[in-house]
Design a protein around this ligand. Structure first.
Ligand code: ATP
Ligand code: MG
Length: 384
């Protein structure tokens, strides 16, 4: 008898002709997640199987699999050679007491001689005879004992389904560039878009010396924390200092944030074109702050000519974001109190509903093209 892990996929079963592509990609991603673990990973008939691992590695393997999008659920199972006798013998030593239970048989191997309803009853009575205080209840049961008789000549027996992340395999929806600040929202936004299959790299703007080296390191740490989920490899770090100083010197201070965000988007779009990202992703959320009213979002959208912006958190409540930040372990890092470049030169009364004519007038006081080119020329690429 061997301990194995059964992996079931989520939405992939809805795919038609291109199902194989998704199945193969998920296999690649599972192998990547477990690359440092000695084990065997195989795929057959909609299930993946992890075998031949050291039992003390079991929990580590499960945690790694719980970072892989596209997995619906996992079960730790005992694998035995299929035969009526083997399965019956297994259940003669099966321990269960003081509970309600039911047995579910899945007979994928149609050459197995007993049908699933009959065999469930047969195994149910063996469990019943060998244990105390048990009640069979097909509907309100506390324990479900699953027997999966596969086409491969193996049978898998398990009692638990561990819920995994669902979503689509990362890499199935192209590559995007995440505007990653040090806050709570943007790491979660990266996680959410990766859940739909997108690979994410990061772009961070800093305002050294107004913001510290600690602030930058915090963002690198956040990038590392979301890497298992998003497959993030690169973090582009761009200095925003000169741009902010120029806005501060030349423009109406109340428009600081609007102007900054429009320049951030332009830089992001240039990088998307250069490095072949299909979209920009932000952690913006409707109504959260002045820069996230529909008018402000529209004014930033207007600078983009070729690349769309995705805002996965647009309708999230803060509580929902915080819940995910805890789950993916970014919360504690995000709340570290280092300055973000958006908080430097922050106006007392930022415009909430910027009028585009006025925005264009303020922008006409800047040499935007030169500022953008300089910023891009001096960018740093951190391999995460
Ligand atoms: P977050 O918690 O992600 O920092 P926020 O609620 O503080 O978001 P803003 O500061 O207005 O909101 O930022 C909105 C979005 O703009 C962020 O989610 C992020 O995608 C992007 N952003 C803000 N500051 C930066 C920065 N310094 N570098 C890169 N992107 C940024
Ligand atoms: Mg922020």
């Amino acid at each position: 008898m061997k301990k194995v892990i059964l992996i079931r996929y989520s939405e992939i079963h809805l795919k038609g002709n291109n199902k194989r592509f998704f199945e193969k990609l998920l296999l690649t991603n599972i192998k990547e997640a477990l690359k440092d673990i000695t084990c065997n990973i195989s795929f057959s008939h909609t299930r993946y199987l992890v075998t031949d691992f050291e039992e003390e590695k079991l929990n580590e393997i499960l945690s790694l699999l719980l970072t892989v999008f596209g997995i619906h659920s996992l079960s730790v199972a005992d694998e035995i050679e299929t035969s009526v006798e083997n399965i019956e013998n297994y259940f003669k030593n099966f321990k269960l007491s003081n509970t309600t239970f039911r047995v579910s048989v899945n007979r994928a191997d149609k050459s197995f001689p007993i049908n699933s309803t009959e065999f469930s009853k047969q195994i149910g009575s063996i469990i019943f005879e060998n244990n105390e205080n048990l009640t069979v209840d097909l509907h309100n049961y506390k324990n479900e004992i699953s027997i999966d008789i596969r086409e491969t000549g193996k049978t898998y027996i398990f009692t638990k389904n561990i819920k995994a992340l669902n979503g689509m395999p990362v890499g199935s929806a192209g590559k995007g560039l995440l505007l990653l600040s040090g806050g709570l929202d943007s790491p979660v936004a990266g996680y959410k878009i990766a859940q739909r299959g997108m690979i994410v790299d990061g772009l961070h703007f800093h305002s050294f010396p107004y913001t510290s080296e600690n602030a930058k390191n915090k963002v690198i740490k956040l990038a590392k924390l979301i890497k298992p989920y998003t497959h993030l490899k690169k973090l582009f770090v761009v200095s925003f200092t000169k741009i902010q100083e120029e806005i501060h010197k030349n423009c109406d201070g109340d428009f600081m944030i609007t102007l900054m965000r429009r320049i951030m988007m332009r830089i992001a779009e240039r990088l998307c074109e250069k490095y072949e990202y299909k979209t920009i992703i932000t952690g913006e959320c409707l109504g959260q702050v002045a820069s996230q009213t529909i008018e402000s979002l529209t004014s930033t959208n207007l600078v983009l000519e070729k690349i769309p912006v995705l805002r996965p958190l647009i309708a999230f409540d803060k509580d929902e974001t915080i819940e995910i930040a805890h789950k993916i372990n970014t919360y504690e890092t995000s709340i570290l109190p280092f300055e973000d470049c958006c908080t430097v030169f922050l106006p007392k009364n930022p415009v909430i509903k910027p009028k585009i004519d006025k925005v264009l007038l303020e922008e006409s006081k800047l040499n935007i093209e030169e500022l953008i080119n300089d910023a891009i020329k001096n960018l740093e690429v951190v391999e995460v």
